[in-house]
Design a protein around this ligand. Structure first.
Ligand SMILES: Nc1nc2c(c(=O)[nH]1)N[C@H]1C(S)=C(S)[C@@H](COP(=O)(O)OP(=O)(O)OC[C@H]3O[C@@H](n4cnc5c(=O)[nH]c(N)nc54)[C@H](O)[C@@H]3O)O[C@H]1N2
Ligand SMILES: Nc1nc2c(c(=O)[nH]1)N[C@H]1C(S)=C(S)[C@@H](COP(=O)(O)OP(=O)(O)OC[C@H]3O[C@@H](n4cnc5c(=O)[nH]c(N)nc54)[C@H](O)[C@@H]3O)O[C@H]1N2
Ligand code: SF4
Ligand SMILES: [Mo]
Length: 636
């Protein structure tokens, strides 16, 4: 028996980008564990990747290309499918121009090599691509507007904080490698505040818990700033490095502190307690990704940025308003121009309806690293849009909801078979993804698919380069060889971002929020509850590790949100878009008015919250306002 242990990295859409060690026996991975030498991974993986081998060796994995025949699929050869795809692509480009082809890529793998697939479509067209970003577009746009850049102090810098605010963030589920840092910070004497309308495990770490109304964070941030203005908590140098400071002060003083507290629906003494802790800095705010998926999501992040700035917490150790780490910061992908040259952007938050109504028509869609039918709002429209094109190609390793809507499905490698590089959006380390085992059957990597297709559409040259050449192009060679022995810290990443208090904005100063729309969207009286479909530790978005839930989806509510029902009841959850079967679970720690379910259940299992979620856009950045769907509970 041959046994070896190989270092690799996790490429999943997760802030942590863990270092992993794969134990391989006779060509089969028998164990995956966290790399103890990776300073962020610290030797452990999350619940879902600890179970990844179920997915790796799942009997449903696709091993050959599939071609639609009526309502089902037949197996086909690569030659057959690639010839058909190439012919269709060229015909559509001749007849309708490349804008009639949409290349849609999501976060199935955060590998940097996936940019090469984008490049292929750019060179062939450029074709249409998605516009906006449903995941983090609102928050990133907010931070770019305020600071010129969205980046964070080093993760370990939290150990310099006196106060850490988890603002709309659930690290026990979505960012588990933040937990050891938080625990260490606590041992050093830091206090933790959690601010989330949903009561989750993070509250257990906290010295103060606030549960504002959803979207009320804007008022909460301004209320805290109000108290800082009245209690000597403002950095005296603020006006030197900020634009719009007087307007920001006017905005903050346009309401009294109790009025801001009422708008946020938190007790006045809770807001005051938070402001007192925050004023005793350095104070770091960890801005969660969930909070910005709202119609006022970008404004909320701008208000939080402004609070962090005027309190003097930007550009200092232990401070910050951390939303994102520049995960591509160590890589040069300038060979690809992206949205700058794309002739057409199809808004991601409303992908299905936007394809259906596009004029001129979108005739072909290529989906890679994504399952938009399950994961984007308005699942039925997305499925219909994909089913009604001249050609829809889906590249995946499972017959997902999206693959089921395709004409051709191409089988792709998993992260244990791929060859790539990853950066993280939750820390500054980069690592190499190593193919630890061979792909089964006729499975190819995304790059191998492009390599095979390129000559058939008249693109040669760069797409015949080996992976190593691309990696070297994207990262300097010395670093590439350093990566073989494990992760390295991006040498260009700051320890403290904006330490010199100059900002890559037009004026070089922080652009403080000053003229926001203060309205907080409310559900209408006939659908008085709000549906929030949130991340679960059991799944990576719509990848359920072979444990897809069955039966009605569990909906957690405060008992007063469902009068006349009892916990355990099966009920119908209705929105204006349709009905979802749910089983009610009562939890009186939750806010009245919220309905909590796991995100990204499959449409084909009747579990898709997105089937009843309208395609609402965030106020900036083209995000999806996932968590505002007005619903009501009816007897089943
Ligand atoms: N286990 C697991 N981990 C994951 C994922 C997964 O599917 N499963 N998904 C990954 C992905 S795609 C991403 S983008 C990241 C981040 O994934 P997210 O799921 O965005 O994670 P969080 O940043 O924790 O944000 C969720 C929190 O935001 C809160 N929130 C929502 N609305 C509001 C509001 O109005 N105010 C406040 N204060 N809070 C609000 C929710 O109640 C929730 O606790 O995690 C990744 N990690
Ligand atoms: N209601 C609601 N919906 C949400 C969210 C929410 O909070 N609420 N969260 C949203 C967020 S933050 C995000 S980021 C999206 C995520 O949306 P998606 O990115 O669509 O999520 P996944 O289900 O992870 O789909 C990724 C697919 O890529 C495949 N894959 C994995 N590796 C590779 C590879 O190397 N190549 C190819 N071609 N495919 C690969 C996987 O098998 C999987 O089917 O979901 C969003 N949807
Ligand atoms: S999904 Fe995230 S936490 Fe889990 S192993 Fe991958 S990078 Fe680490
Ligand atoms: Mo995401």
């Amino acid at each position: 028996m041959s046994t070896k242990e190989i270092k690799t990295a996790c490429n999943r859409d997760c802030p942590d980008a863990c270092g992993m060690i794969a134990r391989v026996e006779d060509g089969r991975v028998v164990e995956l564990r966290g790399d103890p030498e990776h300073p962020v991974t610290r030797g452990f993986l999350c619940y879902r990747t600890n179970r990844f081998l179920k997915r790796q060796y799942h009997p449903d994995r696709l091993t050959t290309p599939l071609v639609r025949e009526g309502d089902s699929f037949r197996k086909a050869s690569w030659d057959e499918v690639l010839d058909r795809i190439a012919t269709t692509m060229k015909t559509i480009r001749d007849e309708s121009g490349p804008t009639a082809i949409l290349h849609y890529r999501s976060g199935g793998s955060l590998g940097i090599m996936k940019h090469v697939t984008d490049t292929f479509f750019e060179r062939f067209g450029p074709t249409a691509v998605k516009g906006g970003d449903i995941c983090s577009g609102a928050g990133e746009t907010a931070q770019i507007t305020d600071f010129g850049l969205s980046d964070s102090n080093d993760l370990s810098d939290l150990l310099n904080s006196r106060t850490i605010v988890l603002w709309g963030k659930n690290p026990h589920v979505s960012n588990v490698h933040l937990l050891p840092v938080l625990k260490e910070a606590k041992e050093n004497g830091a206090r933790i505040v959690t601010i989330d309308p949903v009561r989750h495990k993070g509250a257990g770490l906290a010295d103060l818990v606030l549960q504002p109304r959803t979207g009320g964070d804007l008022a909460l941030a301004l209320g805290v700033a109000h108290r800082l203005f009245d209690h000597d908590g403002i950095d005296p140098e603020t006006s030197e490095y900020c634009d719009h400071f007087p307007e920001f002060e006017r905005l903050v003083r346009s309401r009294t502190l109790p009025e801001w507290a009422a708008m946020a629906d938190v007790p006045v003494n809770g807001l005051e307690a938070f402001a007192e802790m925050y004023a005793e800095g350095p104070a770091a705010i960890q801005i969660g990704w969930g909070m910005q998926r709202r119609r006022n999501g970008s404004t909320i992040v701008r208000a939080v940025d402004a609070l962090a700035t005027v309190s003097g917490n930007i550009g200092i150790p232990g401070g910050g308003a951390s939303f994102y780490f520049q995960r591509r910061g160590a890589f040069d992908t300038s060979f690809q121009k992206g949205n700058a040259v794309a002739p057409r952007l199809i808004p991601e938050h409303s992908l299905g309806r936007s394809i259906l109504s596009a004029d001129p028509k979108v005739r072909m869609v290529w989906v890679t690293c994504g399952n938009p039918v399950a994961t984007l709002p308005d699942s039925h429209a997305t499925a219909e849009a994909l089913r009604t094109r001249d050609l829809t190609v889906v590249v995946d390793s499972f017959l997902t909801d999206t693959a089921r809507s395709a004409d051709i499905v191409l089988p792709v490698t998993t992260m244990l078979e791929d060859d790539d590089l990853v950066g993280a959006y939750g820390h500054h380390w980069i690592a190499e993804v190593t193919p630890v085992v061979q792909a089964p059957g006729e499975v190819k990597t995304d790059y191998e698919i492009v390599q095979a297709l390129a000559p058939k559409v008249g693109l040669k040259g760069e797409f015949q380069e080996p992976v190593k050449a691309w990696k070297e192009k994207m990262l300097n060679t010395d670093n590439l060889s350093a990566l073989v022995t494990g992760a390295i810290r991006n040498p260009g990443a700051p320890q403290v971002v904006f330490a010199d208090r100059t900002f890559p904005t037009a004026s070089g100063k922080v652009n403080l929020l000053h003229d926001p729309d203060l309205a907080i969207p409310n559900p209408p009286p006939d659908y008085p509850l709000q549906l929030m479909a949130l991340s679960t530790r059991k799944a990576q978005c719509a990848q359920w590790e072979g444990e897809e839930p069955e039966g009605p989806i569990v909906a957690t509510v405060h008992p007063d949100s469902a009068p006349g029902f009892t916990g355990g009841d099966v009920a119908a959850l209705e929105s204006e878009m349709g009905t979802l079967g749910v089983q009610l679970k009562f939890d009186d720690r939750q806010r009245i008015g919220l309905v909590l379910v796991d995100k990204c259940g499959w449409l084909s299992s009747g579990q898709s919250a997105n089937a009843i979620t309208p395609a609402w856009e965030t106020d900036a950045g083209g995000g999806a306002a996932y968590y505002e769907t007005p619903v009501r509970i009816r007897p089943a």
